[in-house]
Write a protein that binds this ligand. Structure first.
Ligand code: SAH
Ligand code: SF4
Length: 381
């Protein structure tokens, strides 16, 4: 079996090349060909010695993920469904905005945490993605988008690990993938434009702070342990006080001086004014000084059999107002790509949502609000 070069960060590639008797700068050259120029085979790497070019395919490969489908939303959002084998597929979503392009990447096929409001959690856990499968989502999306949009500069400016799976439960594969994303010879993302979202795997938050401190989003969803135990079962292992302590420990090495807390708005479950007040107290009084943070309210994106509905717009707004008035900067996530079901778990917005996701989705089932274009998979090399 050949080594998939997408599995390696630069240091890994250097070690592989040195083991082959090749110099470090050759590894850098190949790394740049793959990630910066999107080369899909070694023959394309024209400034490598012919002998090396012909040797590489015997030892190494570049494994793309087969595209099962690509859907283009009317608002420019693009969703890919990638085949990761054995009947498993993962989703990747591109969200264009005026001043940036955000790619939402998956870290696992399924998820073992099993949050009540999450369709991935309801699916159960299939397997961890390999580093190369995490990196391939960015590699393929970036170079597809450059061709598609006719651009030569970088299209993906931000990455959020908010697709399927709990990234901090796949730490060994995640870490090299983050390093590739940050590497100036590859995608050159800054640490503040790379966000890991976690449901609260406390020990791994400490590891991330030590190994590769990128922006951190923590999925909170409840202001007390009783409710959070029910919504995010991992809370039984790492309850709120421990989670908030871990946030405080993370901050000194974080690229931003606050933690983003995500809070999915579920009608009648966690969305009442008393929940907002309890949340305010929790975040502002923790250990006396509170946790420097922003809160992002996510309108619940319904799916069959969840037994949950999204809070109405006035309820979400009132919840946000209580937090904002109390001194915590709170935004309501704008829903993007909902005509292609790409709306869950996206980092899309700083403005108040003007629609009610539940109503809109119900409407959509009767008559699509936007024309949905399903595009044939791009050709695989
Ligand atoms: N496992 C990680 C990252 C993936 S989920 C985590 O939980 O943080 C990314 C975000 O999408 C999380 O904040 C999650 O709570 C949110 N989310 C999951 N299901 C959702 C749904 N049905 N509607 C709205 N947001 C959802
Ligand atoms: Fe897993 Fe995140 Fe979904 Fe919870 S919200 S089940 S942690 S993917």
């Amino acid at each position: 079996m050949t080594t998939n070069l997408l599995d390696l960060d630069l240091e890994g590639l250097v070690r592989l090349f040195e083991g082959m008797g090749e110099k470090r700068f050759r590894a850098v050259q190949v790394f740049r060909w793959i990630h910066q120029k999107g080369a899909q085979d070694f023959e394309a790497m024209t400034d490598l010695a012919k002998s090396l070019r012909s040797r590489l395919p015997q030892l190494c490969s570049l494994r793309q993920l087969p595209v099962l489908s690509r859907q283009d939303s009317a608002d420019g959002t693009i969703k890919w469904l990638f085949d990761v084998g054995d009947g498993n597929a993962v989703e990747t979503v591109f969200i264009p905005e005026e001043d940036r392009g955000t790619l939402c990447i998956s870290s696992q096929a399924g998820c073992a945490v099993g949050c009540r409001f999450c369709s991935t959690g309801h699916q159960g856990f299939s397997r961890n993605l390999r580093t190369g499968e995490i990196v391939a989502q960015l590699w393929q999306a970036e170079h597809f988008l450059r061709r598609h949009l006719g651009r030569s500069d970088r299209v993906v400016t931000n990455v959020v690990m908010m697709g399927m799976g709990e990234p901090l439960q796949n730490y060994a594969a995640l870490l090299p993938a983050l390093r590739v994303m940050l590497d100036d010879h590859a995608y050159g993302l800054s640490r503040r434009r790379l966000t890991v979202s976690t449901s609260g795997v406390v020990p791994m938050m400490d590891r991330l702070a030590a190994d590769c401190p990128v922006a951190l989003a923590v999925s909170l969803h409840a202001p007390n342990d009783a409710l959070r135990d029910d919504l995010v079962p991992l809370n039984r292992k790492y309850p709120l006080q421990e989670l908030l302590d871990a946030c405080l420990r993370y901050l000194p090495s974080a690229p931003r001086d606050f933690i983003t807390f995500e809070y999915c708005m579920l009608a009648g479950v966690n969305d009442q004014p008393e929940h907002a007040r309890e949340l305010l107290q929790l975040l502002q009084r923790h250990r006396g000084t509170g946790v420097p943070c922003k809160v992002n309210l996510i309108p619940f994106n319904p799916f069959p059999d969840s037994g949950l509905t999204c809070s109405s717009r006035p309820v979400v707004q009132q919840f946000g107002r209580i937090l904002n008035d109390g001194g915590i900067v709170t935004t309501i996530r704008k829903t993007r790509g909902d005509d292609i079901d790409a709306a869950c778990g996206q980092l899309a917005g700083d403005v108040l949502d003007r629609t009610n996701a539940a109503e809109r989705l119900a409407r959509r089932r009767e008559a699509p609000a936007f024309p949905v274009r399903i595009v044939r998979p791009e050709r695989q090399a």
